[in-house]
Ligand binder design. Structure first.
Ligand code: UD1
Ligand code: MG
Length: 483
């Protein structure tokens, strides 16, 4: 037996309308490719449809057709080209062949990304059990402006959809809107669509006009009101996009909190949809966790840190204002504040990275430390080594990148420059301020710097010469004399 969760819909084709330009966004990017909640908006729509297990999912593309097709192809969506884009009704007509012999078509606009699978299931269920020609997902909005309004006939049935531009003063007060999500019975839809005329100022074929035509033919048109009206929100303007993005972020944070994550000042925290976080991890205000970031349990991510495609194990402290990309951090690492991890870096268990330290394509071994002001690139560091303040690996000679190998228990004195390719053996010791250009054997001291010479009495002699004044800076009158 089918139930709501296992129900497959092999008699149904999903059609996503994604051909429009999105004039009101004032953008060179097609509307449905704009991001909200960490994905292009059309992807959210496709993802909501995937669990329906429809016969197929088709996207109608037109404006920037190639990019839009590419954005949904990996989700198994096929595309139909609508050229030119002569309205939502026209978009259905050009898809007729692709829809083929399916009994039902579920139509969704590509610009209403908050729609949820459960709501679509309820819509399809109502359509089938009500034997309707069309069932419209509607929503009751405090501010319905910009949307087509639902003219009810009686109870559950609908007489017509009136577009904003065609509303009478009285109809303007109606606050039940058309979400542009519909389930149609194909055998009833096609004859009605054939009668739609471009009777509007844009000379377009409006799918909404098919509703009054079906009604006048005596067919049943039902409406299902979305439980959460936000599911019907379209993204026609930048303000719409910002509002929809806010809702996605809120839903994601609510999910994380239900799963045992502490989020301080949640409204300031941005987490992308694919991010996972373990129990008892704490996110401080203004943290951003992006891409496919995965964080284990009992970590603390302090304020202002931005993590993109990162893997963090358990019990890690990320101090404030860190920026990490495409790297791995093993358990019990403490890192930051103001640390930067560039791609392919790997911090092993219990290691420590301090402030103003940058790692790129480098491994810091177990228990090793780079506490202050360093650049470490293309470098492998063994365990229990210490990288002194201001150490720099010169991995680039202006032509090519070269590796640095630092063994176990190596001590690199502060302000050292390691000119790659170079190897420091286990237990080696580098004198502070060295420029190391040759390999250092295990347990050796590497020292590469100018030798210091002290000149006894030099400073007091200098002061005497300058007139016995015990000042560091010569007086104004003396400066003149010297010139
Ligand atoms: C449409 C509905 C309106 C509804 C609103 C909900 C019509 C005439 N109006 O208005 O009743 O309240 O959605 O958001 O249908 N598209 C194409 N080809 C076209 C035209 C549009 O694929 O030729 C696509 C767009 O890319 C978009 C979707 O259809 O994803 C809806 O088009 P849009 O221009 O946003 O319609 P609205 O003015 O929002
Ligand atoms: Mg729209």
């Amino acid at each position: 037996m089918d139930n709501a969760f296992t129900m497959s819909n092999r008699d149904l084709v999903v059609l996503i309308l994604a051909a429009g330009k999105g004039t009101r966004l004032k953008s060179s990017l097609a509307k449905v490719l704009h991001h909200a909640g960490g994905r292009p908006i059309v992807n959210h729509v496709v993802r909501a449809c995937l669990p329906l297990h429809a016969k197929k999912i088709i996207a109608v593309v037109g404006h920037q057709a190639e990019q839009v097709s590419a954005a949904v192809a990996h989700l198994g969506v096929e595309t139909v080209l609508q050229q030119p884009q002569s309205g939502t009704g026209h978009a259905l007509l050009v898809s007729k062949r692709a829809i083929g012999s399916a009994k039902y078509v579920l139509v969704l606009p590509g610009d209403a990304p908050l729609i949820r699978t459960e709501t679509l299931r309820a819509l399809i269920q109502k359509h089938k059990s009500g034997n309707a020609a069309a069932t419209i997902l509607t929503a009751v909005l405090a501010d319905p402006s910009g949307y087509g309004r639902i003219l009810r006939k009686s109870g559950d049935t609908v007489a017509a959809i009136v577009e904003e531009s065609q509303l009478t003063a009285e109809q303007r007060e109606l606050n039940e809107i058309n979400s542009s999500i519909y389930c149609f019975t194909c055998a009833k839809l096609w004859p009605a669509l054939a009668q739609v005329k471009p009777d509007n100022k844009h000379r377009e074929l409006y799918l909404t006009d098919a509703i009054s035509i079906l009604n006048s033919k005596g067919e049943t048109v039902l409406a299902e009101i979305a439980a959460d009206p936000r599911e019907a929100l379209g993204c026609n303007t930048r303000a719409d996009l910002a509002g929809v993005d806010r809702t996605f972020r809120e839903w994601k944070r609510e999910q994380l909190m239900r799963d045992g994550v502490t989020i301080q000042l949640p409204e300031t925290v941005v987490v992308d949809p694919d991010v996972t976080i373990g129990e008892d991890t704490i996110l401080e205000p203004c943290v951003q966790l992006l891409g496919k970031t995965k964080i284990g349990t009992r970590c603390i991510i302090r304020t202002g840190s931005v993590l993109h495609d990162m893997m963090l194990a358990d019990d890690i402290v990320v101090e404030a204002h860190c920026v990490f990309t495409q790297s791995r951090i093993e358990s019990e690492v403490v890192i930051g504040p103001f640390a930067r991890l560039r791609p392919e870096s790997h911090l092993l268990k219990g290691s420590k990275v301090g402030n103003f330290v940058e790692l790129k394509k480098s491994t810091l071994g177990e228990g090793s430390k780079a506490p202050h002001l360093s650049y470490i690139g293309d470098t492998k560091i063994g365990s229990k080594s210490n990288i002194g303040a201001g150490t720099i690996t010169c991995n680039y000679d202006g032509f090519a990148k070269h590796p640095t190998h630092i063994g176990n228990r190596v001590f690199v004195g502060s302000d050292s420059v390691l000119v790659a390719p170079v190897k420091l053996g286990d237990g080696a010791y580098i004198a502070a301020g060295s420029v190391i250009t040759e390999n250092v054997p295990p347990d050796a001291l590497g020292i590469g710097r100018g030798r210091q010479a002290n000149k006894p009495g030099w400073a007091s002699k200098k002061r005497r010469e300058l007139g016995g004044h015990n000042h560091h800076a010569p007086k104004k009158s003396m400066r003149k004399k010297r010139r």
